[in-house]
Write a protein that binds this ligand. Structure first.
Ligand code: AMP
Ligand code: MG
Length: 487
């Protein structure tokens, strides 16, 4: 089924531990991502659902797999933990996809490993479905993220606050190397391992860095830039990751770990959903600052590789942190200008964007629908299409609209403007209350809404009549106040 080529398994023994998937009594395939399987070049024609469920729950180890748990450390809510690692996941192996890219095949929720500490190594059905829904929604939105190849119900019960059905997610990633992977070795003072890991990362994700005068500085710079662009993308779709610990930041620049993540309904820059983020460390608008903080932790690990002279190494690292800020600012402005339909460059553009966000905040306007409606306004729709979305109509809105109309008035036709804006302003996002609804039904064995949601989210920029109910914000009694980690 897989043509494995396992580069991570060939790294030194300190990088990983062998892992064995736990037995599952009655694995049943919930969903299999055929399109992704094709992209990965998997040979699955003729494979029955039962066979897929066996393999993708770890009951049958496919030929060539070398199941292992990866070692990593991490700052969790600012606190350093030197010993984390894959506690409920294992890397089956790596394949080279149709486009020549190396991709990890990971089973998540497949039982305890050497790094499980007190955990059971299992995943409950809810978090598995949430990750499936959101990671595939990201793919359709064009935001870099790990992918979901399959979800399998194990037939086992897992113990959380209540007993819940267990499941395994097959996660596909460019790699599962995290900021925390570097921290694991740096914290032990193992500079050789840090260098080995950095070389692996350069070969795998940043080959251009190899040509630079200082490949490690080039790598750090590229990681920082990709992360800065990624976080600008998150903000542009109203996404809150929820648990941006350094062990949940992938070196590849893909979004990873859809735990307590959530999309904004009404715009509020201080919004937090995660039940464990009591101080709002990972609030919507804090994400760029946290991204930069995490990159600083990565830079610390790499200092000995940046320059033999400590002063110079620090200077280089600080340069990267500044670059992170600059790249983020540029990317953010570019994203939001596109959302407003603004072309070219004018001095007031940043102000135009932030004034609109401020008005949305005051008027508790739904983030997604507001930008979508603004696209319609650009195409000539009545102003109420937009203003109806504001609970209170903020006094400055009319003035702002006048400024905006003047700014977008160029040689594009209204229809062209609308089409361009609608291509970057999704109509459909994975709203929290819909995810919860899909999970609630699935726990009772009804997966139909889960399937419907996944399928609808595959075309987020379209306004299909049959997905109208999925596009609207929650009613007060549908609102989800809190999201929870899968643990
Ligand atoms: P997370 O914040 O979900 O990314 O997880 C942080 C750490 O806790 C990682 O090392 C996980 O492998 C570990 N972990 C989370 N849930 C479990 C579990 N049920 N059993 C064992 N380890 C877990
Ligand atoms: Mg994690």
């Amino acid at each position: 089924m897989f043509s494995f080529d396992n580069s991570y398994a060939r790294l030194p023994q300190t990088f990983h531990r062998p892992a064995r998937p736990a037995a599952a009594r009655a694995p049943v395939l919930i969903r299999f991502n055929q399109t992704l399987a094709q992209e990965l070049g998997l040979e699955v024609e003729g494979a029955s659902d039962a066979r897929l469920a066996q393999v993708l729950s770890g009951q049958v180890i496919p030929v060539g797999a070398e199941p292992l748990a990866q070692a990593y450390a991490g700052h969790q809510f600012g606190q350093f933990n030197p010993q984390l690692g894959d506690g409920r996941a294992l890397l089956l192996g790596e394949v080279i996809d149709r486009e020549g890219r190396r991709r990890d095949i990971q089973l998540k929720g497949s039982g305890p490993t050497a790094f499980s500490r007190n955990g059971d190594g299992m995943a409950a059905l809810g978090p598995v479905l949430r990750e499936y829904i959101v990671s595939e929604a990201f793919a359709a939105l064009g935001v870099p993220a790990t992918r979901a190849l399959a979800a399998v119900a194990t037939g086992e019960q897992v113990v959380r606050e209540t007993m819940l059905p267990g499941a395994v997610l097959t996660r596909i990633a460019a790699s599962h190397i995290r900021v925390g992977t570097f921290q694991f070795f740096a914290a032990q003072g193992d500079e050789d391992a840090v260098q080995t890991l950095a070389d692996h990362v350069i070969d795998r994700h940043y080959p251009a860095a190899r040509e630079a005068e200082n490949p490690y500085l080039a790598m750090l710079t590229l990681v920082a830039e990709r992360q800065a662009r990624l976080i600008a993308r998150w903000l542009s779709i109203g996404f809150i990751h929820g648990v941006m610990n350094t062990d949940n930041m992938a070196i590849s620049g893909e979004t990873i770990d859809f735990g307590p993540c959530a999309f904004l309904d009404e715009y509020d820059p201080r919004k937090v959903f995660s039940s464990i983020d009591q101080r709002g460390r990972y609030a919507y608008a804090n994400q760029p600052g946290i991204g930069q903080w995490n990159i600083a932790r990565l830079a610390e690990c790499l200092l000995p590789l940046l320059d033999a002279d400590e002063e110079k190494a620090l200077e280089a690292a600080n340069g990267v942190l500044k670059a992170f800020g600059d790249v983020f600012q540029d990317a953010w402005l570019m994203q939001f200008k596109a959302k407003l339909g603004v072309a070219g460059e004018e001095e007031d553009d940043r102000q135009l964007v932030s004034d609109f966000l401020e008005l949305m905040h005051q008027g508790e306007a739904d983030f997604t629908l507001t930008f979508r409606s603004l696209s319609k306004l650009a195409g000539g729709a009545a102003v109420e299409t937009l203003t109806d979305l504001f609970t209170v109509s903020p006094p400055g809105l009319a003035d702002w609209l006048t400024r905006w109309h003047a700014r977008i008035d160029d040689d594009r036709t209204p229809a062209e403007r609308q089409a361009q804006m609608e291509a970057v302003n999704p109509a459909l996002i994975a709203r929290n209350h819909r995810i919860e609804e899909a999970i609630a039904a699935a726990i009772y064995g009804d997966f139909s809404f889960f399937h419907r949601l996944v399928e609808a989210l595959a075309t987020p920029y379209a306004e299909e009549p049959d997905t109208a109910d999925l596009r609207v914000p929650p009613t007060p009694d549908q609102r989800v106040a809190r999201t929870f980690c899968g643990t």
